[in-house]
Structure formats: structure tokens, C-alpha cells
Design a protein around this ligand. Structure first.
Ligand SMILES: [Zn+2]
Length: 302
């Protein structure tokens, strides 16, 4: 794993990567010093971890998400849980590229433990000859530590999306998957021909788990459907305030899990947090669990 810092340091020494960055404090450009920290003209300095990730937060941020959650999420994502969504996104990226030989500069805003970005990077690299410059941003240090442990080919940053360490117009694609958005910032970060790809849940997302956890719930299905329809419109509307919406696609499929995967699935799902332990245990002991994945992918152009 110590190889990672060398690999990332070598990448950051080249303008292709270092031009993506700017100092989140003074917005000046940054250069790699001694192969181990990024320094701007005003001497703000950000260290690379031994695995090559960069820490941009001036003070640690406590998040409700813990290391165990990200480990659980990686197990579930490795099993292909989001495979149809990620294939759809990489097809859209390939279809939107104007110059097929230029590098693809791709940011995952709110990348978590990096499963989605790593999968996209792999798919895009194998489906074209272009270099994929992949960067992942997350506010959780634990998430980025896991991301850089699993993939030494991307630039992983512990940073706040509201004070991101990236230069203006530095990305061709920004993906934002089930994670909070900052559209003004996405607009600043996207190149003139850049695209934003946002993924958010639909009304049926994990509905089986919801009915297991809230079997006594009174809320009517049609009410939640109506609400979700308007949530959906509101999200599209918000994206269209900043971007030209090129399309939105609903992806709806069932995913069957066997016992070993059920525990990490429960651990990564906020729905189950704070539920009665006996109920959660009952679900974990099931031999199989089939859930619906219902996600909408919106693509917008700057
Ligand atoms: Zn600075």
C-alpha cells in the first residue's frame, strides 16, 4: 500500500492532476512538495497520507457515518447491488464525450468508500483508450481511508464540498450518487462542456425493507407515491436552475441477497438505524432477502 503515495505523488507532479486542484483557503494553485504535501503560494499545506489521499479539512469533522458502515457498503456494492446504475452512468458518460481521445476528468462528489467511482473508472478505462483522471471527495476521513486502501489509481480527498479543493472548470463529469448536492459548486467545477449526473432514490427504493421494519405503519402507499412524485419533480427543477437537463432515467430492478450479504446490507442502510434490535436481528437471520432498487438518474449540461 505504500506504493500508493508514490503513485499519487507522481500523478500530482504532472499538470494533468495538479491543475485540477486549488487551495480551499486562498484559492491559489498548489504544488507538490517533497512528494508528500501540497502547498499553495500562501504556504497553506495539505499532507498526503501514506496511501496517497489528501486531507483538506482544517479541523476534523465528526460524521454520523462510521468505518463499519463504509466497510459494509463496500461488501454490498462489490456484490453488484448498483451494477445496472453504474453501467447506465458509464454509458451516458461515453455517449456524452465530444473528444474521445482527451482524458476523462471525473469527480465523485460525496464518494463515501469509493466503490462507485472505482467501478466507473474501471468501466470507462476498459471501454475507451482515454485516460480517466478520477477524483473522489468525501467529508469522512474513514471513508477516504478505505477508498485509498482499495484503489490507488484515483485522487481521494477528505474535504468539504462547500470549500472544495478543486479549480474552476476542472471536471468533465461530476457524479453525485445518493449524496447531498451543491449545484452552485458543481457549476463552478464543471468545464464548459461538462455534465453533472445526479442519482436519487424513487418511491420503491428498498420498499421490502421498509415494510419489514415498519410493518405496523399506517402511512398509505399512494400518499408516499404522490409525495415522491413531487420530490422527483423538485429535484429535477433544482438541477434545471443550474443546468440544462438532458434527460432523466428511472432504473427499477430487484436484487436478491443471500444470508452473508444481509448483515452488511442492514448495517449500511439508514432505514434500520435506531430500530428495535430484536427486529433487526430477525431480518439478519433470514436466508434470503430480495429488495427493489428504484433510482432516478438525471443528466444535466453546463
Ligand atoms: Zn492557500
Amino acid at each position: 500500500m505504500r506504493e500508493n503515495i508514490k503513485k499519487i505523488a507522481a500523478a500530482l507532479a504532472s499538470p494533468a492532476y495538479s491543475n485540477l486542484l486549488r487551495c480551499p483557503i486562498c484559492m491559489g494553485s498548489m504544488q507538490l512538495r517533497n512528494g508528500q504535501s501540497l502547498v499553495c503560494g500562501s504556504k497553506h499545506s495539505y499532507d498526503l497520507s501514506k496511501r496517497g489521499s489528501v486531507h483538506f479539512l482544517s479541523r476534523p469533522v465528526r460524521t454520523k457515518y462510521e468505518k463499519t458502515l463504509f466497510e459494509a457498503r463496500k461488501k454490498v456494492m462489490d456484490s453488484g447491488f448498483f451494477a445496472p446504475v453504474l453501467s447506465h452512468i458509464s454509458e451516458r458518460i461515453n455517449g456524452s464525450r465530444q473528444n474521445r481521445t482527451e482524458p476523462i476528468r471525473l469527480l465523485d462528489a460525496g464518494c463515501g468508500e469509493g466503490s462507485h467511482l472505482s467501478a466507473l473508472q474501471q468501466q470507462l478505462s476498459s471501454s475507451s483508450d482515454a485516460v480517466v483522471l478520477a477524483a473522489g471527495l468525501d467529508i469522512s476521513k474513514d471513508a477516504i481511508a478505505l477508498a485509498s486502501k482499495n484503489n490507488g489509481e484515483a485522487l481521494w480527498c477528505v474535504a468539504d464540498l462547500a470549500h472544495s479543493p478543486f479549480a474552476d472548470r476542472s471536471f468533465d463529469f461530476i457524479v453525485n450518487i445518493l449524496s447531498p448536492s451543491n449545484y452552485a459548486e458543481f457549476q463552478r467545477l464543471l468545464a464548459d462542456t461538462g455534465h453533472v449526473i445526479k442519482v436519487f432514490p424513487g418511491p420503491d427504493y428498498l420498499k421490502e425493507l421498509r415494510s419489514l421494519l415498519y410493518s405496523s405503519t399506517n402511512s398509505s402507499h399512494s400518499t408516499s407515491l404522490t409525495r415522491s412524485f413531487y420530490d422527483n419533480l423538485a429535484t429535477i427543477e433544482r438541477v434545471s436552475e443550474y443546468f440544462e437537463v438532458l434527460g432523466s432515467q428511472r432504473l427499477h430492478y430487484r436484487f436478491l441477497m443471500h444470508q452473508p450479504l444481509i448483515e452488511p446490507f442492514i448495517a449500511m442502510t439508514p432505514l434500520s438505524w435506531g430500530m428495535k434490535e430484536s427486529l433487526v436481528q430477525q431480518i439478519k437471520q433470514r436466508l434470503t432477502l430480495e429488495v427493489t432498487v428504484d433510482l432516478t438518474v438525471i443528466i444535466g449540461r453546463r
